[in-house]
Design a protein around this ligand. Structure first.
Ligand code: PLP
Length: 446
């Protein structure tokens, strides 16, 4: 019998119970409930790692009690964090990777907040030095930015200047900048791997446009590259693409260690070009080996294990291994996108040739009987999580569906997914009248 003598028939849910229970009972209560969650490997909505090899899991189990902030108590973990920072600064062509300020974070969101604060502070210092009031800062970016930039602008009181995406201009372009920047612009965000589609914004073109603006109008506006996903893809499979510190206008870059860095959830990185790009006033000191070490982070306590996993992967895979993993994911993404693009109901919005992420939509006027939300629901019944969602702002009437291919989605699994998409699409295509849509679909959270 699953329930043992003395076990409660149900467990308290919303208030702490008066008495505790046997550890095995508590264990089963929690585990049984989480069986209802989706299967992480079949979750094609997330960018975040859902598979690591057994050695990594063992390292994780051994290190889950390490707090990243306790640098004095865990000096080797702190040293490994610094090594990772240098490795990443080097991958992104920092002029001096050993001197580029950097930190690990809990994810790209925290990394973006820190980079945004640095942009704002630098702008304030420059305004003050010029005797101008440091008021009404704005940040220029495409309307397809990830929600963390909306949060940054909201929490740190910066006006977001969104350049709307449209069918003709699906991402931020150099040509759009002159009309939106002014002396209150703290920076421009370029995205390497747009969350909605996987597309790379043309960072070199943005940099050239800002160079021209500096020449013509005297405005020196830095770029932050939000490379949450592309930052750990481009260095390995598009090494010729110039998007990073090779462009002098790029002041800072973030990535998610837990996306294409291939580490389990809870890790981001941010690197600044050089000390001049990061105001000294943002740095705090914590004790380390009898002295002090600089830190900058929004959180104090944070798991250290993911940092060890990142270093494990750098050693385990090397440049060659990362290139192999990312190009295999890309091969699978392109296999999926070309098969889906060939189905009469669909047209591709992107094809997975940047990061291994692509999106598609229903062909215009194809049918009124069903939507991509229905396809998403039907795939969910078969265990696959493939989200459908509206594009941002003025493209919001356009519904797209997206697949994120990650390490662990094998070609066999991809073919099983294609079978499911074909069968469920055939079912929907056989409908002779529209499906009822009684409730609005909840917004997909990017
Ligand atoms: C472009 C971009 N920036 C930032 C983020 C936020 O990253 P994190 O989930 O690591 O906080 C994401 C997440 O999908 C993203 O795609």
């Amino acid at each position: 019998m699953h329930r043992r003598p003395g076990d409660p028939a149900t467990v308290a849910r919303h208030r702490i119970p008066e008495q505790g229970m046997d550890p095995l009972t508590a264990f089963h209560a929690v585990r049984d409930e989480t069986m209802l969650d989706g299967n992480a490997r079949l979750n094609l909505a997330t960018f975040v790692t859902t598979w690591m090899e057994e050695e990594a899991s063992e390292l994780y189990r051994e290190a889950f009690d390490k707090n990243m902030i306790d640098k004095d108590e865990y000096p080797q973990t702190a040293a490994i964090e610094q090594r990772c920072q240098r490795i990443i600064a080097d991958l992104w062509h920092a002029p001096d990777p050993d001197a580029a300020p950097a930190t690990s974070t809990v994810g790209s969101s925290e990394a973006c907040m820190l980079a945004g604060i640095a942009l704002k502070r630098r702008w304030q210092h420059r305004r003050e030095a010029a005797g101008a009031e440091p008021a009404r800062p704005n940040l220029v970016m495409s309307s397809a930015v990830q929600v963390c930039w909306e949060k940054f602008c909201n929490y740190f009181e910066v006006e977001p200047r969104y350049v709307p995406v449209s069918d003709e201009h699906p991402m931020l372009s150099g040509a759009a900048l002159d009309a939106v920047v002014d002396e209150h612009t703290i920076g421009v965000v370029g995205i390497l791997g747009v969350t909605y589609t996987g597309a790379y914004e043309p960072i070199a073109e943005l940099a050239a446009a800002l160079d021209a603006i500096e020449r013509d109008r005297g405005l020196d506006i830095p770029i932050h590259v939000d490379a949450a996903s592309g930052g750990m893809v481009a260095p390995f499979i598009q090494p010729e693409l110039e998007w990073d510190f090779r462009l002098t206008r790029v002041a800072s870059i973030n990535t998610s260690g837990h996306k294409y860095g291939l580490v389990y959830p809870g890790l981001g990185w941010v690197v600044w070009r050089d000390a001049a790009a990061l105001p000294e006033s943002m740095i705090f000191r914590v004790s380390y080996l009898g002295g002090e070490t600089p830190t900058l982070a929004l959180n104090f306590s944070r798991p250290g294990a993911q940092v060890l996993l990142q270093f494990y992967l750098f050693l385990r895979l090397g440049r060659e291994g990362y290139a192999e993993v990312q190009s295999e994911s890309q091969r699978i993404a392109v296999h999926l996108s070309s098969a889906i693009g060939a189905m009469p109901a669909f047209e591709l919005v992107s094809d997975g040739t940047t990061i291994p992420v692509f999106a598609w939509r229903l062909r215009a006027e194809h049918t009124d009987n069903w939507t991509l939300f229905d396809l998403s629901d039907r795939l969910r019944m078969r265990g696959w999580l493939v989200p459908a969602y509206p594009m941002p702002d003025n493209l919001a009437e356009q519904i797209v569906q997206r697949i994120v291919v990650r390490n662990g989605l094998t070609m066999d699994l991809a073919d099983a997914l294609l079978d499911a998409i074909r069968e469920e699409t055939a079912y929907l295509e056989s409908l002779t009248s529209p499906l009822p849509h009684p409730t609005a679909h909840p917004a997909f959270s990017h």
